[in-house]
Design a protein around this ligand. Structure first.
Ligand SMILES: C[S@@+](CC[C@H](N)C(=O)[O-])C[C@H]1O[C@@H](n2cnc3c(N)ncnc32)[C@H](O)[C@@H]1O
Length: 293
């Protein structure tokens, strides 16, 4: 949708569950919602279905309130003109960032037991290993990758291992970069990992070991854009993000990811995601793990 949808008039008749909506602090018309969905799709590839209206309302209402505005029309004009980089805050408000350390732990086990031994067996002269965590969110996933690599390569300094951790959302990257988490987020990790990779700060917070940070580079990067990376990757984690994209966006994305990977390298996607009818250039290995052919 073009900008013409943004700033359109409030039409209560078009609002779903209008009784509830009309009592809300800021009226959100169907046209407003369509304009929001169109803007999110155009800038991030995220598809917002009709069922997401409540979530969208509550996330953006917070932003509208913070800006001292009084309605969605004014706010959407503000986003469209990208005043004070508002388009970034708009997107940051609407991304879903759920993640955890060693989420879908079979992927990390496969990495440790199969992928890393195979990489070691290649005896690369340059000792270079490149990993991309393409929807890194608040950092739990790339730090889990860093733990696995550090544990597998105790003499990590002799290797040239780098993990690129990227996300479209600038707020989550700040959290990732800070590397400070609630203690409760590491309770499922082994006592050894907790001791080795985290330092307790205060009663309920932990800080990531600086040794893990050494492997990581955090970058804001939109999966829809052209990417600046020159290197090809040995491992790509692109998990739990394509569920928000339509097939067309998924096809384009995996065709680009394929170009960005080494022959024989490995791709990991989320448990509810699939490359079926999206990209046939990878061989499925089961458990949403794929090999670049
Ligand atoms: C549900 S989280 C998944 C986090 C992690 N990969 C995991 O599986 O635990 C999805 C992440 O994808 C990011 N994202 C959404 N659209 C994106 C895009 N177009 N480019 C880059 N990241 C995007 C969101 O900001 C969010 O942090």
């Amino acid at each position: 949708m073009s900008a013409s949808g943004i700033g359109a008039g409030f039409d209560p008749a078009l609002i779903k569950g209008s009784d509830n909506f009309l009592q809300r602090e800021f009226p959100m018309s169907a046209k407003n919602y369509q304009a929001i969905s169109a803007k999110v799709y155009e800038t991030s590839g995220i598809v917002l279905s009709e069922t997401k209206q409540e979530m969208v309302y509550s996330r953006l209402a917070r932003r509208i309130r913070a800006l001292g505005m009084v309605n969605f029309n004014d706010y959407l004009s503000h986003v469209e003109q990208n005043i004070n980089d508002e388009c970034t805050s708009f997107l940051n408000s609407l991304t879903t960032n759920l993640t955890s350390f060693f989420r879908e732990k079979h992927h990390f086990e496969y990495l440790q037991n199969t992928v890393i031994p195979a990489l070691k067996a290649q005896h690369r002269i340059d000792k270079k290993i490149r990993v991309w965590c393409a929807a890194a969110s608040t950092g739990e996933e790339p730090y889990s990758l860093a733990m696995v690599f550090q544990e597998a390569f105790p003499t990590v300094a002799k290797w040239d291992i780098k993990i690129l951790a990227s996300d479209i959302d600038s707020n989550v990257l700040q959290t990732a970069n800070a590397g400070i988490y609630d203690h409760s987020s590491i309770e499922e990790l082994s006592a050894e990992r907790q001791r080795k990779w985290f330092r307790r700060i205060g009663d309920d917070k932990v800080e990531i070991h600086p040794g893990l940070k050494q492997l990581l580079t955090f970058r804001q990067l939109n999966l829809l854009d052209e990417w600046p990376m020159k290197n090809k990757f040995d491992v790509v984690f692109c998990r739990n993000v394509i569920i928000y994209f339509d097939k067309q966006t998924q096809k384009k994305l995996f065709s680009n990811i394929y170009q960005q990977m080494m022959a024989g390298s490995h791709l990991f996607i989320g448990h509810s995601e699939s490359l079926h009818k999206v990209c046939d250039q990878f061989k499925g290995l089961g458990g949403t793990i794929y090999k670049h052919l």
